[in-house]
Design a protein around this ligand. Sequence first.
Ligand SMILES: O=C(O)C1=C[C@@H](OP(=O)(O)O)[C@@H](O)[C@H](O)C1
Ligand SMILES: C=C(OP(=O)(O)O)C(=O)O
Length: 428
Amino acid sequence: MPLPPTLAIRPLRRVDARVSVPGSKSLTNRALITAALAEGDSTLSGCLVAEDSEVMVRALRALGIAVAISGTTMTVSGQGGRVPAARAELDLKLSGTSIRFLTALVALGRGRFVLDGNARMRERPIQDLLDALTALGVKATSQLQTGCPPVVVEAAGLPGGEAVLAGGSSSQYLSALLMAAPYAQTPVTLTVSGELPSKPFVDMTLKLMADFGVEVARDGYRRFEVPVGRYAARAYAVEGDAMAAGYLWAAAALTGGRVEVTNVGASSVQGDKRLAEVLAEMGCAVTWSETSCTVRGTGRLRGGTFDLNDMSDQAQTLAVVALFADAPVTITNIWNLRIKETDRLSALRAELSKLGARVEEGGDWITVHPLTAPPEGAVEIATYGDHRMAMAFALAGLRLPGVVIRDPACVGKTFPTFFEVLAALEPR
Ligand SMILES: O=C(O)C1=C[C@@H](OP(=O)(O)O)[C@@H](O)[C@H](O)C1
Ligand SMILES: C=C(OP(=O)(O)O)C(=O)O
């Protein structure tokens, strides 16, 4: 059922649920890339089926790489590092992982490739990736000279060699280069300058590459040496999405209830699982098994200062939880929220303020003071085309009557069934 233009959230008390979340966006889109480069068929199970993976699949098909989908299983006919199409114009909408990963992948081909997205994507930087590709011998440019998409790659294979990557804005550039690099003509050495955000995503990339048979030598997050190599086609099971799990754990924290997420656990490679630890620091009871994690709200949420540089997609979730803490919550080291689906720091301040919260915003931090009184009447929350604004603010609606989410359909980027799952978190 399509979602209406606005959606009123129904408050819930003491949720008690055992749920699984959709497949990880980050792992689905990485596995699609390594499977596309491997020789032969890879079967990826538990994939995310949502806009961000759909645009990736459509793009791979346009490049001549077949992907068959049955439910959440995707079978990719890898082309052994070849990119069959000689030209393509790819619309990656608002998917950062897709446009970054594919910009590096098409460099392995021969021909002219244009990669573009929606209006907001045309404001999201990609120049640092283009500069590193240029240093590796690729003709890759920002078509409108904005440092943002559309990107044009005039590909003639990836010569390889050494490049310095400015790492300060996004880890996705590094992940993109690493995954394509085994198919360069000579080994690739990448040195990262600046302080890389979102570091666990780089570990995830290296783990996935190793799972597909290519080991990278590294010196921390500074230097990476990628040998010439080949991925081996394989069956691969995608974990549940830890960012998606975050909303459900937060629902337990906020309602004094209990939620077990059955497909994100202690063995997960996703750094975003640490949100459960932050909720534990705030006062929740959290228990882990290898494959699942249960958060129990205790009725008390402490404030504090939390550095979310390694999992900034959880910042909006934590900022909404903060409304109901007993002291202010400061979230630090999250500058790059400003270049995501929207400027998330400004968006948070604007929408939290509508609920009546006192909010302070700095260049790379935000402080949310606890709500002293619920808002009077309904409050319509703007979501700025950002799935995480919609999902995080829906959590406020579990506690406050009258929260209305504008453009709820934007959750389709990574969690199309979010509102159904949320509404089903009833006490058993
Ligand atoms: O590599 C990935 O899969 C991602 C890395 C992070 O981006 P940045 O590295 O740009 O912070 C994260 O916010 C994004 O949702 C997914
Ligand atoms: C930042 C995000 O996505 P991306 O950069 O992949 O568009 C996100 O999903 O919150």
